[in-house]
Design a protein around this ligand. Structure first.
Ligand SMILES: *[C@@H]1O[C@H](CO)[C@@H](O)[C@H](O)[C@H]1NC(C)=O
Ligand SMILES: *[C@@H]1O[C@H](CO)[C@@H](O)[C@H](O)[C@H]1NC(C)=O
Length: 336
């Protein structure tokens, strides 16, 4: 018994040392590695998931109708997980961990059997207008175990690696003009050092990734003809990384539409899925632009299917009808 206690104590001290050491390392190098989650894939080596954005309205504006069709397609594709591109709760995020909107807009809406999987979630600008830290709280995972929302993190799913990036602090306007809204910047500190560190972490992670498919997810668009259009800060800071490290897909919400852009200079496909509740019918910035493959300003969602050689992207409307389908191939050994 005594020996056991001594052993436990020693181990505790060991952990403490490790903790102090990693803390010092973080201070010294000004970077903390992005947290990584392991996501199993299917036994046949493939992977599929759904992507939605801009949704939490207690079922309103067709949120419930979209949810039903997600359930149907989710079952058909036997999805592994769901991705949310942010703006999880309107208008102003959650007020706290006990905000009933969490269950009213999430747990009680996405009830289909096929959606009872892990959800990987980022914050949008509307989430920052409420208590942003509440959405990051592990207390929410106790209410609904599907919920996993962090600022920036990585999901490693064998053949695919997905890099989730907290894009709201990139947008300077939210700090300067504020558009008459207040933002919960607790935990961000200085905008400049926050995004500098985040870009450093992202670059290290992208450079080190040997995954067949590399996907970056953020709330704000890099290419969009919708209401908000391109996000200048992301074009400047994120786009060069996507090109340098051969990222396959950049997925976002923010503009309330479904949209697909290809790029002339790189393999990056820009995919907007921000239409899971209120859509902005007709609110378009430009009619057309080079690289635009598809644009729909009604409600809907997106699915992604991947294996070692092929990727397929499909957009669906509120009735679950296919609006746009796109696929690409890779050589089996090309990443080695
Ligand atoms: C719900 O979807 C239908 C079909 O696209 C559309 O006609 C209707 O306007 C939508 N309702 C709202 C409130 O957006
Ligand atoms: C990948 O999926 C496509 C389409 O379903 C299929 O034709 C192909 O054989 C699959 N490749 C591998 C390596 O499983």
């Amino acid at each position: 018994m005594e020996a056991l206690m001594a052993d436990l104590c020693r181990r505790k001290v060991g952990y403490l040392c490790l903790l102090v050491l990693s803390f010092l390392l973080c201070l010294g190098f000004g970077f903390a590695e992005l947290e990584k989650f392991e996501q199993p894939i299917k036994t046949d080596g493939s992977l599929s998931f759904l992507v939605i954005g801009d949704w939490g309205r207690r079922g309103g504006f067709n949120q419930s109708e979209v949810a039903i069709q997600m359930g149907r397609i989710g079952e058909k594709l036997d999805i592994n997980f769901v991705v949310s591109t942010g703006d999880n709760f309107y208008e102003n995020g959650l007020s706290g961990e006990d905000d009933p909107a969490f269950e009213e807009s999430f747990s009680k809406i996405y009830t289909a059997q096929s959606l009872q999987k892990q959800w990987y979630i980022v914050l949008g600008n509307h989430d920052y207008r409420g208590n942003a830290e509440a959405q990051l709280s592990s207390l929410l995972r106790k209410i609904d175990s599907r919920w996993l929302c962090l600022r920036s993190f990585i999901v490693n799913a064998d053949l695919a690696e997905i890099f989730f990036v907290d894009t709201t602090p990139f947008v300077k306007m939210y700090f300067t003009e504020g558009e008459g809204h207040s933002y919960d910047w607790r935990g961000i500190g200085s905008r400049k050092s926050y995004i500098t560190n985040l870009l450093k972490d992202l670059e290290i992670a992208l450079r080190g990734s040997s995954a067949k498919w590399k996907i970056v997810v953020g709330h704000h668009a890099i290419r969009s003809i919708g209401h908000h259009g391109d996000t200048a800060e992301l074009k400047r800071h994120i786009l060069p990384l996507l090109k340098t490290y051969n990222v396959d897909f950049y997925m976002n919400g923010h503009d309330h539409c479904l949209e697909h852009f290809s790029d002339k200079e790189s393999r990056v496909q820009f995919l907007t899925s921000g239409a899971a509740s209120k859509a902005w019918r007709g609110d378009i910035k430009e009619r057309d632009r080079e690289g635009l493959q598809f644009f729909y300003d009604g409600q809907g969602f997106m699915s992604v299917e991947l294996n070692q050689t092929e990727a397929q992207i499909v957009f669906y409307d509120v009735f679950g009808e296919v609006l746009h389908k796109w696929s690409t191939k890779k050589e089996l050994l090309s990443s080695i």
